[in-house]
Design a protein around this ligand. Sequence first.
Ligand code: CP
Length: 327
Amino acid sequence: MHTRHVVSARDLGLGFCRELFKRADEYRTRLDRDPTSCITDLSGRVALLWFRQPSTRTLVSFEMAAVRLGMSVVQVIDPQFSSEYKGESEDHSMRTVAGYRPDALIIRHNQEGGVARAAASAARAFGGPVPVINAGDGKGEHPTQALIDVYTLLQLWNNGTQQDLSGAHIAIGGDLQGRVPRSLAFLLADYGPEITFISAPELRVGEDVKEYLRTRDISFTEETEIDGTLQRAHFWYWTRTQNDQRTDKEKARLAHVDPRSMQLRLSHVRGMRKGAKILHPMPINRKPGDVSEIEPAIDDIDTAAYWQQSANGLYVRMAVLQTLCSP
Ligand code: CP
């Protein structure tokens, strides 16, 4: 199994994901038994994390994953302190750092397409290309988050007995214009669930995503209210309003959208079908004064699967690094 880059969920493919999820399962078992037992042939290898936007899960789980595998990590988490501040182009920065031969270049970018551009720069590094991993690029994609999401859905669906999600109905709701629902929808196209997108009209999923699902014969509908789907969906994949990815003009255009219309509450959970689970890529917005997209009381009930989902980030990202960085 060999893929040089993980930039878009559209490029991963079912075979790649299946192998990767098997590896993630192995790491989960090994870490339970003996946390030191995952140091393999990656000892001595180096992951370079280049982050242009804030992160907790992606940054820390990639770093933990690398260290658990015996790799070392170099971080540039504020490019304001890189030579771009002095006027260097991003192309030169990427070409330069790729020339130092990291075994993986893991990039979070503030612009859609920024990681693909960085991969093109890194491909021209002195000494040859290095594997590039998209850790989220603006409104573009977040493919390793989608891998974690599908891995978690497979664990939860029919007690983990199926290799696909046929028969599962997934409600994907909230702000559907961000990178997370995009990558998730692209990856789900390989797994055959039924999807209901639920959002305010202004936050609908993009036409390119819908077109992709149509070409893959995935059944989906769009709703603007939560209630009609409560008894039907097995999974509720909820998302935060991503105003941090928007310009002031875009924010002003959305100012009238009432966040309470997309808040998942305990009263909704009571109306959900038995055994339904709520997933969320996190972070969940809990800023004082804001309406959270998930009522806090949901955090500690069985329906909340987002803690399991975020913990899976470690195993899945270990598997990603092992797959891309093995000699
Ligand atoms: N889900 C996710 O990407 O979270 P972070 O922004 O904390 O990495």
